[in-house]
Design a protein around this ligand. Structure first.
Ligand code: NAD
Length: 247
């Protein structure tokens, strides 16, 4: 009951690389039927034959309709949705909030916040008809720590936490739980491109558990939140950052 049951159908967005690829592999290794949706379907195919990769754009309403149809055609149900896809910046590097352009702001919000809302909206009728389901939204500990030069990203993830709470109250009666997981800094291609080596190395020093964080630190938490054992937990944000911020 504490981890995802074999046969559970899990849809993971942004599953082609980074944290999403690791979550997909971990859940598949536990026996889940994982569909990993990403802008580019081919990237994550190597090494995880148990994960089905499909193309989708989470910021697009039509793409969500097609994605839900694809998963239902293949598996007949959707037991869990992991809203992991996100972008860190619309165009280029971290920058002061005064230098973020409106286009950049809108793109980050469209993927990180609208994408999560669209995803929950698209799977809700399916989960309701099934009698329940699990939604896990990947937020960020930057919401709690207030990382500078990242205002659009941080705001988009704060909105994910707010959405999680609000939707949790609406769908609990349908047997659906909605929770967020807020990771600390994990080294992925994306975060290596954004942060210099000194910044990445210094992150571990701020942790109560002073070591680098890995995608594998998140996967068991997500698995639990996708399991039957987490059925009385909803609207929560689990911060997984080695103890930098405490809620
Ligand atoms: P990443 O950039 O390595 O992977 C994100 C994936 O999402 C990519 O494969 C990308 O193609 C996909 N994606 C982007 N836009 C999309 C769209 N419109 N539709 C479908 N797929 C799309 O990022 P990551 O570091 O693995 O982060 C994964 C999640 O974890 C994100 O939600 C991120 O905000 C969150 N997070 C990461 C960290 C970290 O330190 N890595 C910390 C806190 C939160």
């Amino acid at each position: 009951r504490g981890s995802v049951a074999p046969g559970t159908v899990v849809l993971v967005t942004g599953g082609a690389r980074g944290i999403g690829a690791e979550l997909s592999r971990y859940l598949a290794a536990q026996g889940a039927a994982v569909v990993a949706a990403d802008l580019v379907e081919a990237v994550g195919d190597a090494g995880d034959p148990d994960v089905t990769h499909v193309q989708a754009d989470v910021s697009d309403e039509t793409s969500w309709r097609q994605l839900v149809t694809t998963v239902l055609d293949r598996h007949g149900r959707i037991d869990a949705l992991v809203n992991n896809a996100a972008i860190y910046q619309g165009l280029g590097a971290k920058r002061p909030f005064t230098d973020i352009t409106v286009d950049e702001w809108d793109r980050v919000m469209a993927v990180n916040t609208r994408g999560v809302w669209l995803g929950m909206r698209a799977v809700h009728p399916v989960m309701k008809a099934q009698g329940g389901g699990r939604v896990v939204n990947i937020a960020s500990s930057t919401v709690h720590s207030g990382v500078p030069y990242f205002a659009h990203y941080t705001a988009s993830k704060g909105a994910v936490i707010a959405l999680t709470r609000s939707v949790a109250r609406e769908v609990g009666r349908d047997g659906i739980t909605v929770n967020a997981v807020a990771p600390g800094l994990v080294e992925t291609d994306a975060t290596r491109a954004l942060n210099d080596d000194d910044y990445l190395a210094s992150a571990a020093g701020h942790r109560a558990v002073p070591r680098p964080m890995e995608p594998g630190d998140l996967a068991p938490v997500v698995s639990f939140l996708c399991s039957s054992g987490s059925g009385f937990i909803t609207g929560q944000t689990v911060i997984v950052d080695g103890g930098v911020t405490f809620s």
